[in-house]
Design a protein around this ligand. Sequence first.
Ligand code: HEM
Ligand code: HEM
Length: 239
Amino acid sequence: MAGSGLGVKAAPFTYAAHALAAAAAVMVLVWCVHFRGGLALEADNKNLIFNVHPVVMLIGYIILGSEAIMIYKIFPSLNHDTAKLTHLILHAVATVLGAFGIYCAFKFHNDSGIANLYSLHSWLGIGTITLYAIQWVLGLVTFFFPGAGPSVRRAALPWHALFGLFVYVLALASAELGFLEKLTFLQSGGLDKYGAEAFLVNFTALVVVLFGAAVVVAAVTPAHVDGEEPQGYAPIPVS
Ligand code: HEM
Ligand code: HEM
């Protein structure tokens, strides 16, 4: 996307995004494993099945999808076909893990006799993963296989980037609603409103907001600012 007018390059934002992603991943694991009792796909304590949901949605879907979006800026001198292939594979893995994470939320509900799809979080979540899958298929047929002609690709690219960022922001919003909803359930059940766990969940959600902001800025800023030569590029060979 065109962002060279901002006068900054993407690299520092990709570094910030990586640090915030690592922090968010550790925080969601500490929450679900240490405070909420751990993760399981089969268990008598159905809450352990639920715990897989936030962990996989954050680490498997949002963080992996973010790395996919930033790939062109993380390795600016990478061969373009390799970058494209990495972008499409990472997005595919993120979509599959996202679908698996949602399956775990449904399994928790069904095993516990809780109704499905009653919340704004779940509606936005289903909408998001559906749009994400559509974006992936459109990206594949336009830019990879069978691939559109050069003029169609050129016209489609800004829309691909814009729609991709829109769907990405929807995913962030879904996760924010998820954190809010789960913490509200726990606090209604007696969890200390100012206790360590409540702070951990709210701070995790804040770190995810900062992380998402860094990813969006990395996507809209260029790998190189105007007048700067690409790394490893020398107009006159250095002897
Ligand atoms: C982009 C990421 C996310 C998506 C797409 C998503 C999607 C969904 C969906 C579709 C459901 C409905 C399951 C059903 O009706 O059986 C659900 C349930 C739930 N999710 Fe998420 N989720 C995401 C992240 C999170 C996170 C980070 C949390 C934090 C704890 C969370 C908490 C919950 C809770 C508490 C439920 C059960 C209540 C309800 O159905 O609203 N979600 N999620
Ligand atoms: C859900 C899946 C996808 C999302 C959310 C997504 C999102 C994005 C975003 C935000 C950008 C802009 C990145 C930047 O300017 O730094 C981008 C660029 C691009 N994407 Fe995707 N994308 C997806 C799937 C795909 C697929 C399947 C392909 C097929 C190869 C593809 C091909 C491309 C290409 C060629 C670019 C342009 C890279 C450049 O600037 O040279 N995308 N994508």
